[in-house]
Design a protein around this ligand. Structure first.
Ligand code: B12
Ligand code: SF4
Length: 471
C-alpha cells in the first residue's frame, strides 16, 4: 500500500443515486454490493485515512441527505464511482460536494471514467479522474492531500483542476491481488439489505465477490478487457476462500455470486478453491460467470460439490458468423458446456443481446431459436449497448449511427442509443420482449421455475420480472 500519511484526512466515498442529475432520485429494484468502491475504501483506510461510504445508488439517497452527510462528516476528499449510465449523476454529486465546500477535492473513478478519463476530468466540478484500478491511486491522492504533495507525480490520473486537463504517467495493473485488503463490507449496508438478481443469489444473506481481474477475450461489446487488461490476474485460492469464510462468519453471508469475467478460469486454482471450501465445511451456495469454451465436466463436478448451483454463460447470439465477429465461441462449444453443466447438477443460465452492428431480422430469430434449443434453465435478453471503450462503440461511432451521449440512456434494458442499419429501434426493443416470451412460455421451463417458487421473495422477484417483460 502507499506510504502512510502522518495524519490521515477524511474521505467520503459514494455510488451516485440514480436520477440525481434530474432532481428525482429512484431506488433500483435489484442491487448488489459496489465492490470496486469497497476495495478503494479498504485501501484508503489501510493508508491511514478516515473513510465513510454511501452506496447512494442502492439506497436511493436523496440530494438533501447527501448534503447532510457531507456537511456533518466534513470530508477533505469526496470520491465517486461511475458506470456509464451513472455518469451524469456522478457529475451532479461532484457539484453538490463543491456547493457544500469548494475546497473539497472531488475524485472520480470506475468503468466510465476509465473509458473516457479526459472527458471525465474536464467536467466542471471534477478535480481528479482515476484510470483503472483505484486502490493505490486513491490512497496516494489522499496522502498527497495531507502532505501537500504534487498530484501530478501520481501515475494513473487525469487532473482537471483549474479547467486544464492534464494526464499523469501511466500506471501498471496490480500484479499481486492478494496484497489488497478485502473490500470494506463493514462500511456498506448489511448484506440483508441487498436484493440480488434471482439468478445471482438469495436475498437475506447475499454478497457478491470477485476472485480475479482481467480477461483475454476482448469481446466486441464488453469493456472488461479495456478496463482490467488482457491477462487473467487471479487471487490465490486461499485468499478467496479466506474472504468467503470472513463474510460467512462476520456477516452471516451464505449466498455468494462470483462476478469475475470467468471465475472458473485457472483449472488448478478452481480445484484448490473448491477443496478448501469443503475442507473448511463452509455451508454456502454460489453462482458464477464462466466462458463456455473454458469449462469441462471435471471442473463442473468440483464446483457442484463446493456449492455451485448456477453457472451463467454469455452466449449473446445464435448466428455462427456473428458469434465469430463479436469474438465469442462456437455454437457447438456452447451447447456442450450447457449440456455438461446440467449433467453436473448445476443450473445453466444464458445471457443474450440484440442489436450488434451486423444484426438482421434473420439473426434475431436465430438467437431466439438457439436460446430455446439449448438446455438452459433461464435466460436474460437485453439490448447491445455500445459502451465507450468497446469495439462496438468505435464501429457505431465511425458509422455515424450513435444517436446520443446522454449517458443515462446507455442501459441494456432501455431503448437503443443508436440507429441500426437493418432494424428499427422498435423492432430491436420488441425482439427482447419476444425472446422472453418464447423462451419462458414453454411447459418444461414453467415447470422448472414453479419448483423454485419457494419463498415470498422469489415470488415477488418473478412477478417483478414478468411485469417488465409484459408491460
Ligand atoms: C457487480 C456489477 C454490477 C452491479 C454493481 C455495480 C457496482 N457499482 O459495482 C450492478 C448490478 C448495480 C451493475 C449494474 C450495471 N452494470 Co455492471 N457490473 C458488475 C460487475 C459484474 C462487477 C463489478 C465489480 O465488482 N468489479 C470488480 C471491481 C474490483 O472493479 P470495479 O468495480 O471496476 O472497481 C475498480 C475500478 O473501476 C476503480 N473504481 C471504481 N469505483 C471507484 C471510485 C473511485 C473514487 C476511484 C478512485 C476508483 C474507483 O477502482 C476499483 C478497484 O480497483 C462488472 C464486471 C466486472 N467483473 O468488473 C460489471 C460492469 C461494471 N457493469 C457493466 C454494465 C454495462 C452495467 C449496466 C450499465 C448494465 C445495464 N443495465 O445496462 C448496469 C448499470 C446500472 C445503472 N443504471 O446504473 C459494465 C461496465 C460498462 C460501463 N462502461 O459502465 C461492466 C464492466 C460489465 C461488462 N461486461 O462490460 N453492475
Ligand atoms: S464478455 Fe466475458 S469473455 Fe468476453 S471480454 Fe467480456 S468478460 Fe471477457
Amino acid at each position: 500500500m502507499s506510504g502512510n500519511a502522518d495524519k490521515g484526512c477524511k474521505v467520503l466515498l459514494f455510488t451516485p443515486p440514480r436520477g440525481l442529475f434530474k432532481g428525482a432520485v429512484e431506488r433500483p429494484w435489484n442491487t448488489t454490493q459496489p465492490l470496486g468502491l469497497a476495495y478503494v475504501a479498504a485501501a484508503v483506510r489501510a493508508a491511514g485515512h478516515e473513510v465513510q461510504v454511501v452506496d447512494g445508488y442502492s439506497l436511493g439517497t436523496p440530494a438533501a441527505r447527501i448534503r447532510e452527510r457531507i456537511e456533518s462528516f466534513n470530508p477533505r476528499v469526496v470520491g465517486i464511482s461511475a458506470l456509464t449510465p451513472q455518469w451524469h449523476d456522478a457529475e451532479a454529486l461532484a457539484a453538490l460536494a463543491k456547493s457544500v465546500d469548494e475546497n473539497i477535492l472531488t475524485v472520480v473513478g470506475g468503468p466510465h471514467v476509465t473509458a473516457l478519463p479526459a472527458q471525465a476530468a474536464a467536467s466542471p466540478d471534477v478535480d481528479v479522474a482515476v484510470i483503472g484500478e483505484g486502490e493505490l491511486p486513491a490512497a496516494e491522492v489522499c496522502d498527497a492531500v495531507v502532505t501537500g504533495g504534487d498530484l501530478g507525480r501520481i501515475p494513473g490520473l487525469v487532473l482537471g483542476q483549474g479547467g486544464e486537463v492534464r494526464a499523469t504517467a501511466p500506471r501498471q495493473a496490480l500484479e499481486d491481488l492478494d496484497s489488497l485488503p478485502f473490500p470494506a463490507h463493514d462500511l456498506l449496508p448489511e448484506p440483508s439489505f441487498y436484493n440480488p438478481f434471482l439468478n445471482w443469489g438469495k436475498k437475506g444473506n447475499f454478497s457478491s465477490i470477485v476472485s480475479g481481474r482481467g480477461c483475454p477475450y476482448g469481446c466486441s461489446f464488453c469493456d472488461v478487457t479495456t478496463q482490467q487488461g488482457k491477462r487473467y490476474r487471479l487471487r490465490s485460492a486461499r485468499n478467496v476462500v479466506d474472504e468467503l469464510s470472513w463474510l460467512n462468519s462476520a456477516f452471516g453471508v451464505t449466498s455468494f455470486s462470483f462476478r469475475d469475467p470467468s471465475m472458473i478460469c485457472g483449472r488448478n486454482r478452481l480445484r484448490e478453491m473448491c477443496s478448501l471450501i469443503q475442507e473448511r465445511s463452509l455451508d454456502i451456495a454460489w453462482t458464477c460467470n464462466s466462458r463456455a469454451s473454458e469449462v469441462d465436466p471435471e471442473m463442473l463436478t468440483w464446483a457442484k460439490k463446493a456449492g455451485c448451483w448456477q453457472m451463467q454463460f454469455g452466449i449473446e447470439v445464435g448466428n455462427p458468423e456473428l458469434l465469430k465477429k463479436i469474438k465469442k465461441t462456437t455454437r457447438e462449444k456452447i451447447a456442450t458446456a450447457v449440456g455438461n453443466t446440467r449433467r453436473a447438477g448445476i443450473s445453466p443460465h444464458g445471457y443474450f443481446l440484440f442489436g450488434f452492428m451486423e444484426e438482421t431480422p434473420e439473426t434475431v430469430e436465430q438467437t431466439i431459436d438457439f436460446a430455446r434449443q439449448l438446455d438452459l434453465d433461464s435466460a436474460g435478453f437485453g439490448m447491445m449497448v455500445p459502451f465507450p471503450g468497446t469495439d462496438e462503440w468505435e464501429k457505431f461511432r465511425a458509422a455515424g449511427l450513435l444517436l446520443t451521449e446522454d449517458w443515462w440512456r446507455y442501459d441494456i434494458m432501455g431503448e437503443p442509443v443508436y440507429r441500426h442499419q437493418n432494424l428499427s429501434s422498435e423492432e430491436l426493443f420488441q425482439a427482447t420482449r419476444r425472446a422472453y416470451r418464447r423462451f419462458y412460455f414453454r411447459p418444461r421451463i414453467i415447470a422448472r421455475h414453479l419448483r423454485k417458487l419457494n419463498s415470498w421473495w422469489a415470488l415477488r422477484e418473478y412477478v417483478h420480472a414478468a411485469r417488465r417483460v409484459f408491460r
